[in-house]
Design a protein around this ligand. Structure first.
Ligand code: PMP
Length: 409
């Protein structure tokens, strides 16, 4: 892989920084920062509405990014690409809009390794709200869970049983805690065989490995720009066109309409029907630049680089006494995410002591409380890598962990 380190200004402004929190958010290369800056300096206007050159230029850039996203995930049409704030908003869009098609007792199959973003929106369809009265799924959908094994894999032993009555499978392609990569292609085939749809949470996978929606044959895919070198506040929902055509709008207002009367309105075509209001134009342009950058480096190369890091990292962790890495023994493919626990040390103390050495890791439940509960933990410290991390970063982390242990003995 080419030497990408100089492309990231943060490592110049913060020399010595060991950034191991990319699963939360990634650092930005100069190309992304410049794309947003150039847009504001040279081409800024609102999109779609203006009949003047500047607005046309802004629209061209915004729609150009949509095409960049389409190609990146190999969607059939830009009509299937909706810009949202991030993976969380994407799942909320699907739960709100596709959720209206679910009926009482329809089953939504989740996994125990889901991020809260792929749990809580579904709870709204399953639990009656005291304010709203009956839940939208006409009396309550049912949540069911694919178990996670001790080693950190999905337990698919009883998948056929689990799929009974399922209308939607909603699973992560890569766990933000265990790093486990799930075989969503297999799950898509299984889901489709029982007439269910499948949503893939790509918040962690899309930044780190090649993802092709046609190959996966998923019905929905969501991801966030900020975890893949792009800006915050921009993300993507991919939805197969034939499904989108059956869905009611998510939010209502300007841009998503064709015509408005006092008491009624008709909807704009796809994907605009799902993009109410002024979108995050600069964010979408920044995301396009991030994708160009990632493709320039090569998604296969990034994945290979992280495979080297995960092998190296797990080997280094395995010789540390009193340290447990969740999902270390997973048999599935795995990304370079190390959520770990040190005997007798609170994860927040781990985070603080590492921070004193300019090593940035996250401590907490990482928005995956049910998963932590499964492992009998409240929280872990988590080091997560990306294309700019090296084996030396892992060496520094391991030395830092030893210091943490010395401090607490
Ligand atoms: N799903 C997974 C697996 C994630 O890791 C995250 C972010 N931690 C999300 C969903 C939510 O992403 P965002 O906060 O960007 O909406």
């Amino acid at each position: 892989m080419k030497n990408i380190f100089p492309d990231f200004p943060i490592f110049k402004t913060n020399p010595g920084l060991i950034y191991l929190d990319s699963a939360a958010s990634a650092q930005k290369p100069q190309a992304v920062i410049d794309a947003e800056k150039n847009f504001y300096e040279t081409s800024y206007a609102n999109v779609h509405r203006g009949i003047y050159a500047l607005s046309e230029k802004a629209t061209e850039l915004y729609e150009g990014s949509r095409e960049t996203v389409r190609k990146f995930i190999n969607a059939k049409s830009t009509k299937e690409i909706i810009f949202v704030r991030g993976a969380t908003e994407g799942i909320n869009l699907i739960a709100h809009s596709f959720g209206q098609q679910l009926r009482k007792d329809d089953v939504i199959l989740l996994s125990e390794m889901e991020h809260h973003a792929n749990i809580v929106p579904w709870q709204a369809l399953a639990t009656p709200s005291p304010l709203r009265g009956a839940p939208p799924a006409a009396g309550g959908a049912v949540l069911r869970w694919i178990p996670v094994t001790e080693s950190g894999d999905l337990d698919l032993t009883n998948i056929d049983e689990l799929l009974k009555g399922v209308k939607l499978v909603a699973v992560t392609q890569m766990s933000n805690v265990l790093g486990t990569v799930n075989d969503v292609q297999f799950l898509a085939d299984k889901a489709h065989a029982v007439g269910a749809k499948i949503l893939v949470d790509g918040a962690q996978s899309v930044p780190h490995m090649p993802v092709d929606v046609q190959k996966l044959n998923c019905d929905f895919l969501v991801f966030s720009g900020h975890k893949m070198l792009g800006p915050t506040g921009i993300g993507v929902v991919y939805i197969k066109q034939e499904i989108l055509e059956t869905m009611e709008p998510y939010q209502r207002g300007g841009n998503m309409i064709l015509e408005v009367k006092k008491n009624s309105a008709t909807w704009n075509g796809l994907p605009y029907k799902f993009e109410a209001g002024t979108p995050n134009i600069a964010g979408a342009i920044g995301l396009g630049a991030a994708i160009d950058y990632l493709q320039d480096v090569g998604m296969e190369k990034i994945w290979e680089h992280e495979q080297d890091l995960v092998k190296y990292g797990l080997a280094q962790f395995s010789v540390l006494k009193g340290v447990r890495v969740l999902g270390a023994d997973a048999t599935s493919a795995r990304s370079a995410i190390f959520a770990f626990d040190i005997d007798g040390v609170h994860p927040h103390d781990i985070g603080s002591i590492l921070d004193q050495q300019n090593i940035a890791v996250r401590a907490g439940h990482h928005c995956a409380q049910p998963l932590h509960e499964k492992f009998g933990l409240v929280a872990t410290a988590r080091a997560s890598c990306y294309l700019y991390n090296t084996k030396e970063d892992i060496d520094v982390l391991v030395a830092g962990i030893k210091k943490v242990q010395e401090t607490f003995t």
